[in-house]
Design a binder for this molecule. Sequence first.
Ligand code: DGJ
Length: 820
Amino acid sequence: MVLRDKLAIGRVTMIIRNDNVFLLQTMNTSYFMQVLPSGHVEHIHYGKSLLSAGQYGELLKGNAEDLKILSDMAQAMGIKHHHEGGNMIAYSVETGPLCLEIMPLEMSSFGKGDVREPLLEISHSDGSRTSDFLFEKAEIFDELSELETLPSSYDDGTSKTVCSAFSFDDKAQQLVITLRDKEYNLSLDMIYKVYPECDTITRSAVLYNESENKVVIDRLLSNQLDFQRTGLQLTSFHGRWADEMGMSQSLCTAGKVVSEEISAGESGSRSNPFTMVSTPDATEDAGDVYGLNLIYSGNHYSALSSNGTFLSRFVSGIQPTGFAWTLEPSEKFEAPEAVMAYSCKGFGGMSRAMHNFVRKHVVRGTWRDKERPILINNWEATYFNFDQSSLLKLAKEASKAGIELFVLDDGWFGARNDDHAGLGDWRVNTKKLPDGLNGLADKINALGLKFGLWVEPEMVNEDSDLYRENPEWAVRIPDHPHSLGRNQMILDFTRKEVQDYIIDSMSKVFSSANISYIKWDMNRVFSDSFSRELPAERMKEFTHRYYMGLYRVMRELTKKFPDILFEGCSAGGNRFDLGILSFFPQIWGSDDTDAVCRMDIQRGYSYGYPVNTIGAHVSAVPNHQTLHTTPLETRFSVAAFGCFGYELNLSELSEAEKKQVADQVAFYKQWRSVFQFGDYYRLDKYRAMVVSKDKSLAVALIFQKESRPNNDYLALQTKGLDCDKLYRISNRQVKINIKDFGSLINTMAPIHVKQDGIIHGIIARHYKMQSEKEDITTTGSVLNSCGARLSPAYGGTGYGEDTRMFRTNDTRLYIIAEVK
Ligand code: DGJ
């Protein structure tokens, strides 16, 4: 029974107010603040829940007497002001010894004594840079509002979760606190959305110019989170093209730790906008962890700083370097929405909360809750070198293997035979595809596959008709040399006519054939940023305006083509963020398809993004990015922990490999809903598992980073299974090639077999060994607490049918099913 029924009250509210004290409550967390007599909003607490379920229930009844407990809590927990510290600024005579510098605040502006990093910096028309925003009003809403210029989180009421302590079955709620700077007649809405079932709270800020003068916003960040301690850790994710999401951890005892994308113009592989703040003792399963992200795709800035006394501050938002925005009278400016998920159950607890939030409140549309198709992409199979018949050959093989979607990547349009020409000319190249896209799609459909297509709408090559006809649409500084990236330029998406042109030209492409999927690529970072339409003094608005334009285009197209599954891409994961995921349910994770590298890259993503948002494919060996060779089963097992597909020339596989692919496809289909919608657990470094929401099914992956002889006592220790349930564990059996034993075949063969000779080849073709077979039945409690011991691995001596062949870079998938 949910709390509302128990208490016989109407709407269960997650936001409780007593006068000027505000409590935002989720299943396991509380966010607590109060308005001070000065009008500043004190941030009192964000973290573990401050209430028991019983106390919360009492509060919900709304009796004035019960609500007083909130004020008592604020009184007990709030900062006490006894005296001014040394050389600090006392805010005003009336407020006595109130020094903003040592106050945990919800919003800090520049110039009134809070000398720490501000959320907001404004240059006023008189040249002053001092702002003073104080509480004006607050309002609680049952319906969530959306930003007008940027994507927002949302709640359609379908993600009801009931947990032991609190039982919410209502939609998220929203609190808007309005602050006003009465000296300059500006107001600031601080918008908080509370998503109870996934322990997530979001924040955004909207600045209104109610004065008669224009002002320049030098920064308006989205999030400010003050902590009453120092020595916190910032975890951030860095890398470069084809090496995304490397995890980095820095302790901030004093000074500042930053994760930012300064001028790349995209959320970026150099620094992903997702970060975490944690106590230094936090582990995967215990300790305080805050997951922090932005629903934004442009340059971003996140910083954890500490004043060396007893406070830390985390801020995050649009990158202030290179940014300024002129706000005319009556105009408003929206900062992107920031996301916060807290867990006292370590990095793992936070990740699962964040995954639930992203899956239900960021990703939207037809494909949100639908199983994603298994695809074959022709990029690494053919690159630019294809024609209709080679594509159909690939599609036939894919269809035989049970693959569901054929994706035609780059090179199908204009004079696009390499990456020097054609971007912008979105007309099918009939030399390669004589029957057009429509003809090709029909033939692919006839093979039982859906048809998908690659586009890169934001870009233009100099060698293209589009550029020849509209050179002023490209981003460059007129009469100055400009730099190219992958031989291409960016189209000026700040301009409405360019946006309209792209909406129109893409609509024509998307409706020119039976297209079920679109891969939307973007292959260079920004340089020479400039728009001919912006006056000189507004040029620092360029990148943010670009994203407002891009979001408009994405919004229109996804609305117009609701059934198309869109996959974002930016030369791999160079723009992997919640802004893109608000329109496209999945993003290609990396141009590095090497399974070993992918283990690390996908693990990096897993901290902030759910499995079913990360595109992951099985590709050829030697791998095209690393020249490294890994077994087909390993490539499969790793890619299965993502939006799964293949990207290699299936026709050139051996018959045995083709069978293996068909077997993988069948296996994945059977377990797809667990992979795509289950809860994700990071086990030890090279292990992970997914568990269905009802905990009846799970799949675990063990990866052998480096095998050593006589050294294998492997156990499968799980997380997330139901301790009270009984489970049966088996492994995904694989075929073993006798050639993997090399000359050891001679320890068994009656005649001498020359390694890799003709006889060796014949034996290998006709005789396939089956891997070990695990069959263990035990309780979730055994599996979670100490694990089940697995059959021994080959270790240099002996071999039996139970021996696990577990070479360097081998993997095993273990399937775990409840015994009913
Ligand atoms: C970069 C993408 O990440 C690749 O997957 C591929 O689509 C190429 N672009 C095509 O040019």
